[in-house]
Design a protein around this ligand. Structure first.
Ligand SMILES: [Cu+2]
Length: 269
């Protein structure tokens, strides 16, 4: 390599050196976020697993496309670069029907694969299925109220459910739009005032799953966590009976009915 060629490469090397730290930061921050406990990539429910699988497949395909395109680009830049002014122009490939057919069919094939997989995921997250437990979740500025309509129980900020049980979650809001999101149990679903949205999950293991409002809903938005506590059936039954006793002692009998009538009215609007 002579001196002129070295001078040509110098700005490129400088650019690569300057870009190294921003690129590392761009990779490290999402990687750290994904490794944190409530990661959607560590699913604990069939719907969440379906979404995570779709993400992983799309990521693998996108990475392969990126790697192949970059390799071909770098190869072409080096192999066909003009070394001197006498170099002839490389052979042009405009109008090559075979090549153009190939690079049309490959993206179409990739999109068809992703389309089929997306429809499969949509089927997996569809809440229209028989479920064993119904929970009503109401977003408020700024907390989550969780009601068990079949048991006349209300909790705040936490949801108890039995493991391996299909749970129907009926969502609405009292004020502004909130979004119900427990990353390990499923995708986001908005809680909209005067409207009933439904999602479902089946927690496959015992434990606490952290969730949070995922729609900016005012100054207290960051104070809207939701803890889903998944316990075995026996512990759930014990919790239900202790909570029922506690609430019948504390609450006047007409109050829960009035609240649940209000939710039904809001839902059917
Ligand atoms: Cu919010």
């Amino acid at each position: 390599m002579n001196l002129t060629q070295l001078k040509t490469f110098k700005p490129i090397l400088k650019l690569m050196r300057n870009a190294l730290i921003p690129v590392l930061v761009m990779v490290a921050i999402p990687a750290a976020a994904l490794a944190a406990p409530p990661s959607p990539l560590n699913p604990a429910s069939p719907a969440a697993r379906s979404i995570a699988n779709l993400h992983n497949i799309a990521l693998v395909i996108a990475t392969l496309v990126f790697a192949i395109v970059c390799t071909l680009l770098i190869y072409a830049l080096i192999r066909y670069r003009r070394r001197s002014n006498e170099d002839p122009e490389p052979e042009q490939i405009h109008g090559n029907a075979t090549l153009e057919t190939i690079w049309t069919l490959i993206p179409v094939g990739i999109l068809v694969i992703l389309l089929v997989l997306t429809f499969q995921s949509l089927r997996d997250i569809d809440p229209n299925r028989p479920t064993d437990l119904t929970v009503q979740v109401i977003g408020k500025q700024w907390l989550w109220e969780v009601r068990y309509p079949d048991h006349n129980i209300t909790t705040t900020g936490e949801m108890y459910v039995p493991v391996d049980t299909d749970v129907r979650v009926e969502l609405t809001s009292e004020d502004v739009i909130h979004s119900f999101w427990v990353p390990q149990l499923g995708g986001k679903k908005d809680a909209v005032p005067g409207y009933l949205n439904v999602t479902w999950f089946r927690a496959e293991r015992v434990g606490a799953f952290h969730g949070h409002c995922a729609e900016y809903c005012g100054l207290g938005h960051s104070n809207m966590p939701l803890e889903v506590k998944v316990v075995d059936q026996q512990s759930f039954d014990t919790w239900l009976s202790s909570k029922t006793n506690q609430q019948t002692q504390n609450v006047t009998p007409t109050e829960p009915d009035a609240e649940s009538d209000q939710l039904t009215a809001e839902s059917t609007e």
